[in-house]
Design a binder for this molecule. Structure first.
Ligand SMILES: Nc1ncnc2c1ncn2[C@@H]1O[C@H](COP(=O)(O)OP(=O)(O)O)[C@@H](O)[C@H]1O
Ligand SMILES: [Mg+2]
Length: 403
């Protein structure tokens, strides 16, 4: 893998980062809510996209789609109206091919999914990318927002956490880099933070977070970190001294300004990947457990099926009741039981009993005239034959004829 000599510029006063180290390394962007983390991540992403570097963003808050304002080649997948294509598990294999082989930048907006569904999606993505990179070995960056949710410091290490840590430890050799964003450094797996070769530390005010700053950057930085302004940060890298910087503001649309305001008209940005988007759309829909829309439809149809069956049971019960020669089981007829299970059991029993009764009565009541005439003819023929033989024997005796 050849080293990319290029750099990206992340501040207005010319602070740069080497592209290869960002694309294939481990990065961490942290700070309290509103301190500028997502802006910093967006600046890094915009700079990488300006250099046509391939990347995939795991967007947990639905705040990166504004990048499409400038970068039309981006494909946005999610469940919002602005998504180019709906995000489903079935489509992830193809997405990772587009991203890795064709270099198409991707935003996976998982903000509308439940926690376990988010984990399934992210796990599929990171596993496929790691496996495919064994063959392709292209420089490629995965950006994961709210990474403490997926590699927590405390709690069990699940499959997803193992796979993310595996990329952090072994991804670089394959060209695969990772950048985590989190507002809670104390909640992120320590192994991940200590493996990072570049990190950006925005403002923190809580003691527990300052402790994490102290453990990583040292006491001097921990003491100053609460005085940082929005957009200011400490930049720590493997290749340079730690220093205080002011990130530039991202160029593209700031989703943060409209995210929680319903009365502002949100712009729509079109992707120019219409052919790939069509191909993605043609990949069959999601497994039901992952798709809230499909789940809702299934639930509605199951509810209406239950209603239909209950009605049918009631109809059967009344039908059986009304037929005088059918006897319903004697189970508490005075106490009407509306439970569908009891009704079903009653109906089955009475249908069984009535069938038995029907088979015995039906045979005795059957009358077939042809069969009756046949039987009578046979009977007369037998009587005639018997009489003929008796007369023959008697005649032989009378005339003393020996046979
Ligand atoms: N470097 C910066 N320069 C100017 N404004 C910034 C900068 N960083 C953040 N902001 C402003 O602060 C707001 C919050 O930033 P954001 O990156 O969303 O914070 P966080 O992700 O830490 O919650 C943004 O909407 C943006 O307007
Ligand atoms: Mg943010």
């Amino acid at each position: 893998m050849s080293q990319n000599p290029k750099t990206i510029t992340i501040t207005d006063d010319g602070v740069t980062l080497p592209i290869t180290s960002i694309l294939t390394g481990r990065g961490f962007i942290t700070g309290k809510s509103g301190s500028g983390k997502s802006n910093t991540a967006s600046v890094v992403i915009e700079e990488l996209l300006n250099n046509r570097c391939p990347l995939l963003i795991i967007d947990t808050d639905g705040e990166y789609r504004g990048l499409k304002e400038k970068f039309k080649e981006l494909i946005h997948m999610g469940q919002s109206d602005e998504s180019d294509v709906e995000l489903t598990l079935d489509r992830i294999d193809r997405i990772t091919d587009y991203a890795l082989i064709q270099g198409v930048p991707i935003i996976l907006d998982v903000s509308t999914f439940k926690a376990d569904q988010q984990k399934s999606i992210i796990n599929e993505v990171v596993t496929l990318l790691f496996n495919k990179e064994k063959e392709h070995r292209k420089q490629f960056l995965i950006i994961i927002e709210e990474i403490h949710e997926f590699i927590p410091q405390q709690g069990g290490v699940d499959e997803l956490a193992q796979n993310i840590i595996r990329i952090a430890k072994r991804g670089r050799k394959r060209g695969l880099g990772i950048c985590g964003v989190s507002q809670r450094p104390s909640a992120v797996d320590k192994d991940f933070i200590t493996q990072c070769n570049w990190s950006v530390w925005h403002r923190f005010t809580w003691a527990i977070d300052k402790k994490a700053v102290n453990q990583t950057l040292g006491i001097d930085y921990a003491n100053q970190i609460s005085s940082l302004q929005t957009g200011e940060a400490f930049l720590a890298t493997d290749w340079d001294e730690t220093r205080r910087i002011t990130l530039k503001q991202k160029e593209t649309f700031d989703e943060g300004s409209t995210l929680y305001t319903s009365d502002i008209i949100r712009p729509t940005f079109k992707s120019d990947q219409s052919e790939l988007i069509e191909q993605l759309r043609s990949i069959e829909g999601p497994p039901p457990e992952l798709d809230p829309k499909a789940l809702r439809t299934e639930l509605t149809s199951k509810n209406s099926r239950i209603k239909d069956l209950e009605n049918r049971i009631l109809e059967l019960k009344f039908e059986l009741d009304s037929k005088s020669h059918y006897t319903l089981p004697s189970k508490s007829p005075s106490k009407p039981d509306t439970s569908s299970q009891t009704l079903l059991a009653d109906s089955i029993e009475s249908v069984k009993a009535n069938k038995k009764k029907q088979t015995t009565t039906d045979v005795s009541q059957d009358f077939n005239p042809i069969w009756e005439i046949g039987q009578l003819t046979l009977y007369l023929w037998r009587v005639f034959l018997h009489a003929f033989l008796v007369i023959l024997v008697k005649l032989l005796r009378i005339f003393k004829i020996k046979v």
